[in-house]
Design a protein around this ligand. Structure first.
Ligand SMILES: Cc1cc2nc3c(=O)[nH]c(=O)nc-3n(C[C@H](O)[C@H](O)[C@H](O)COP(=O)(O)O)c2cc1C
Length: 449
């Protein structure tokens, strides 16, 4: 039985997570994205009848934290350590001579728009896009494999383009261009939660081979096979692999596209990928991620560990939530075990320093659940006096993914210390308890509940 990639997850998605199977024809133009959005982008859906295409689509797989923890063999309590420790306990991939992804190989007359049911999500999007593709490149300098999710605009025929904004890969592409060298790339679809998560580890910060990190996360080697037309290895059990090169001398206008926070992002020139081969399993399933919704949780899970690592140098951290409402980038809530009067503010500074993207940080005590917005709001309401507990740093660096950053190309940073005072003053902040609350079993009083 397969243990890796999308097909290895389907049984559990059906049995435990209510995978919805849509057998009514659905249109990849707006309708499929709209359905996922109506379902909150947290329900996995298999669209078996896609208008104009034979290939089914799966979406909504990556929007739920608990599902993510479960599929990566961890829990909310343990996940930060599991995801951090895997950086130091990497396992290299295992090369197989063949694998299901090679069941079909197309090298002639490639038209990506005809082969795949490419979705269009928003009214003003420039084209249809591959939104869940994991891009694989080998670093020409050190041979390490780097994976990352990028969006790929369809430009007709075998021409797609990649939006690359992270500094690491942008630099590698610039370097190849300066040396007049093409860069080989593969785009993987139909993967599992480990592969998705591994792709989100920041290369600038960690510099880890992401196949090795994937192995560290899953506790066994990632099974890979050789590509057909380029010198790269790809997951043997993936649904689909698109192979090609980024030519050093070709760029195309990319965007607009409904971005991270639901606004249209900027339009700019980005590298083209000339597709040389498509490999896919028999009866492949095309994977999509609804942009700016479910898709960014995997990135947020890595940001949780970055905030944790930064704040832990200052004070003991209980938990971190880089919240999905703010795109898993702009807001962090951190619960700490406060020991000194300045811990709350120092923790906020450390969290803001973990990434240029974070704008607003709330620090709470460890009796507050960082995943309960009501609990966090209650702490802000009852434990904060703004003149003392809120600070603003004006004009810092930020990210263009935040439309308000684009006004002056700077971002203000806000820290809110919502921790209670220590000692005598803190006594007035003790929460009123209901004795025996934990042992009340509502079923005893309402058997039909
Ligand atoms: C669903 C999803 C879509 C993403 N789309 C893009 C994208 O289009 N362009 C981009 O530069 N980063 C995108 N990202 C973020 C990168 O995948 C992420 O920052 C990754 O860690 C970068 O890896 P690197 O540090 O090796 O470059 C996306 C992330 C997710 C989860």
């Amino acid at each position: 039985m397969e243990k890796q990639m999308l097909r290895a997850c389907l049984g559990k998605l059906r049995d435990q997570y209510g995978l919805l199977e849509c057998n009514v024809e659905a249109d990849p133009k707006f309708e499929i994205g709209g359905i996922l959005e109506k379902l909150g982008n947290t329900t996995p859906v298999l669209f078996n009848r896609v208008k104009g295409h034979k290939m089914p689509i799966i979406g909504g797989m990556f929007g739920d934290r608990e599902m993510f923890y479960d599929f990566t063999g961890t829990t909310r309590e343990e996940r930060i350590f599991k995801y951090m420790n895997a950086v130091n306990r990497t396992i290299p991939p295992r090369l197989l001579s063949d694998g299901p992804v090679k069941e079909n190989i197309i090298t002639r007359n490639i038209d990506i728009g005809k082969i795949f049911p490419l979705p269009t999500f928003h009214e003003l999007d420039s084209s249809s896009f591959i939104t869940a593709g994991v891009m694989v490149v080998r670093d020409p300098d050190d041979g390490k494999i780097y994976t990352s999710i990028r969006r790929f605009q369809f430009n007709g025929g075998n021409n797609i383009s990649a939006l690359v904004t992270s500094p690491f890969l942008s630099d590698k592409i610039k370097q190849a261009r300066a040396q007049k060298k093409n860069l080989e790339v593969a785009v993987v679809l139909g993967y599992d939660y480990y592969f998705c998560l591994a792709s989100q580890l920041g290369s600038d910060l960690y510099g880890v081979d992401k196949y090795d990190y994937d192995g560290g996360l899953r506790g066994e080697p990632l099974d890979v096979v050789k590509c057909h037309t380029i010198d790269l290895e790809v997951p043997a059990y993936a649904e689909i692999v698109i192979e090609g090169v980024i030519p050093y001398n070709e760029e195309v206008t990319e965007g607009p596209f409904g971005e991270l926070m639901g606004y249209y992002g900027s339009v700019a020139k980005h590298p083209v990928i000339r597709v040389s081969a498509v490999m896919h399993r028999n009866q492949p399933i095309f994977q999509i991620s609804a942009p700016c919704k479910e898709e960014h949780l995997s990135n947020g899970l890595i940001r949780d560990i970055e905030v944790y690592a930064h704040v832990s140098r200052i004070v003991k951290v209980k938990d971190v939530n880089v919240t999905i409402g703010a795109g898993c980038r702009f807001h962090a809530v951190v619960s700490i075990n406060k020991k000194s009067p300045g811990d709350g503010k120092a923790a906020a500074i450390a969290a803001l320093g973990s990434s240029k993207d974070i704008k607003h940080v709330v620090i709470v005590d460890d009796d507050i659940d960082v995943f309960d917005p009501g609990d966090v709001e209650g702490a802000i309401a009852a434990r904060v006096q703004a003149s003392k507990d809120v600070f603003i740093i004006a004009g810092a660096n930020g990210t263009g993914l935040d439309p308000s950053h684009l006004l002056e190309m700077t971002s203000d940073k806000v820290g809110i210390d919502a921790t209670k005072p220590l000692g005598e003053l803190g006594k007035g902040f003790e929460k009123a308890r209901i004795p025996g609350y934990e042992s009340i079993d509502l079923k005893k009083f309402f058997p039909n509940l």
